[in-house]
Design a protein around this ligand. Structure first.
Ligand code: 2P0
Length: 327
């Protein structure tokens, strides 16, 4: 028997991946940029095992057996076995656990597939670049293979050979950076990212404006801001990109709405706070769900957590916030 265990963390995009140009190969319509959290907190932990006694490939997610025939999972397994350097033909058993809510817009599939592919690559002794395999599991997973700030370059080749993730800077480059995740609702989202992206690409006019006139510049600006540790520029573009992703979702037909009233209350609070301190100290971003991720510097954490505690006192559920809070 052979066993490998790996841990991979979620990543939170500041330039959103939203739209595919090739659904089969999972090739994006734009470059995206994210930060991968350290492995201490929100992570997937995956153990892969092979043994001559295993009769079939099997997978357990959070302790429950799931369908191994899932096409994306099959894609990953097929590609791994094609590139294997050893001649291990034994069946594989996969056990994966997330220590955070699955499919609630917290990039669980990114951490899960990154972790799975890294573990399988170790098991099958694959040493070359594996971002294309992680991408075939879940697009954003390719960004979770690396730490720090990571850019997934859309690439231009039709086979996806140059659609790969690259580290912009390691986490140690900006050690003062902190990420807070505000879990508004941990229920499974109603419209998956894949369906949301497809509908947006097919029906949103605003999406064309985003792709042609906004993103090429924004990607360059935010990359430079990360390298120069310019928080103000980084924060403003992070906020704008989140809002634009949700704007193109709303522009899709039928419209897609991922944020709820609590999400909007958080947005209002952050703008009010930044105005009150006369500085952009906190940035927010929302993925395909109502939960907020905040980027802020270490020095701002105590005061801002105090503000959060004041407006969102622990122990009150989000339904009460919705009714009780106005800014
Ligand atoms: C991102 N999201 O850049 C964006 C922002 C959600 C909102 O990447 O279809 O689960 O598997 O490639 O990777 C979520 O999309 O989609 C995502 P697939 P994935 O983080």
């Amino acid at each position: 028997m052979c066993t490998v265990t790996c841990i991979a963390s979620i990543n939170i995009a500041v330039i959103k991946y939203w739209g595919k140009r090739d659904e089969m190969l999972i090739l994006p319509v734009n470059d995206s940029i994210s930060a991968t959290l350290d492995t201490e907190h929100l992570h997937a932990k995956t153990t892969v095992m092979t043994s001559p006694t295993f009769k079939e490939d099997r997978i357990w997610l959070n302790g429950k057996e799931e369908e191994i025939k899932n096409p994306r999972l099959q894609n990953c397994l097929t590609q791994i076995r094609k590139r294997a350097r050893n001649s291990n033909q034994w069946k594989v058993h996969i056990c994966s656990e997330n220590n955070f809510p699955t499919a609630a817009g917290l990039a669980s599939s990114a951490a899960g597939y990154a972790c799975l592919v890294v573990a399988l690559a170790k098991l099958y002794q694959i040493e070359d670049d594996i971002t294309s395999i992680t991408r075939s599991g879940s697009g954003s997973a390719c960004r979770s293979v690396m730490g720090g700030f990571v850019k997934w370059c859309m690439g231009s080749e039709s086979n996806g050979a140059d659609s790969i993730a690259k580290q912009i800077v390691p986490a140690s480059h900006w050690p003062e950076m902190r990420i807070l995740i505000l879990v508004v609702n941990d229920a499974k989202k109603k419209i998956s990212s894949s369906i949301g992206m497809k509908r947006t690409i097919e029906t949103s006019d605003l999406m064309q404006h985003r792709l042609k006139h906004v993103l090429p510049n924004r990607v360059k600006i935010i990359e430079q801001a990360i390298i120069e540790k310019n928080f103000k520029t980084f924060a403003e573009h992070t906020i704008k990109d989140s809002n634009q992703m949700h704007a193109v979702c709303l522009d899709a037909y039928p419209p897609i709405v991922y944020m709820n009233d609590v999400s909007h209350t958080i947005i209002n609070l952050i703008h009010a706070y930044n105005e009150a301190v006369n500085e952009v100290k906190v940035a927010y971003t929302f993925d395909a769900g109502p939960n907020a991720t905040l980027y802020l510097l270490e020095e701002s954490v105590p005061e801002f957590v105090g503000v959060l505690d004041h407006f969102f006192p622990p122990g009150i559920n989000s339904e009460q916030y919705r009714k009780g809070l106005t800014f």
